[in-house]
Design a protein around this ligand. Sequence first.
Ligand SMILES: [Zn+2]
Ligand SMILES: [Zn+2]
Length: 263
Amino acid sequence: MRLTMLGSGGSGGVPLAGDRPGGTFGAGVDPGDPKNWRRRVSVLVETRGKTILIDCSPDLRLQLLENRVTRIDAVFFTHAHADHSHGLDELRALSYAQRGPIPAFMSPRTHADLTGRFDYVFTSSHPQAKLYPAIMADHAVEGDFEAIGLAARIFDQDHGNVVSSGFRIGPFGYSTDCVTLDEAAFAALEGIEVWIVDCLRFEPHPTHAHFDRTLEWIDRVKPKRAILTHLNHTMDYATVLSRCPDGVEPGYDGLTIELVETS
Ligand SMILES: [Zn+2]
Ligand SMILES: [Zn+2]
């Protein structure tokens, strides 16, 4: 299994577009470190000859081009927030090249939200289109599920005013956009080797895990390697790394991880 972090930034990316020409970095964040330039969170999972994309960030087109991605066999959605879903149209070219809709898997909650907001994208909500065919074949899934012949698990995560989904695929766990995790989530993550996990900033936040909380979770889950994601504009790569214990590191765009799958 090979993982590629397509994006590791907060919902606005890093730097933030806004009040300063060239963008806003937080105090003490080094703009000269390329690892401090972050696109919105997304991960590519290549396993058993298949490629799964987790989330369609608003930066998806550039993420696919930069990482030379030419095929997506399935998409998993963590939730419907804009920074995780608003790039879904960027899969239109791949869907056409692959000559059919790309299977997409999500919780029933996210399914209701995305098919309502983007009906033209999904086969269930846009079955008869002739000029612009649907580009994703949508599937609402719960618990253990099978996606394009691969075994996976989806579980609920508390994300403040919404519920996001975590995913487990073999030895890999993915938990972005969560502020608390329940016992069912910890059970789903038991025994994982690599965990990419939410860590928005150092200070507590109402909808995201902050640094101390993320480290507490990692101490409980005990993956061999934990990688922090959804890092906002106040998180300097070198500073975060210096505060991480062994086996924990901040993620960055383009980071790849190789995992051995035993069964
Ligand atoms: Zn987010
Ligand atoms: Zn979110």
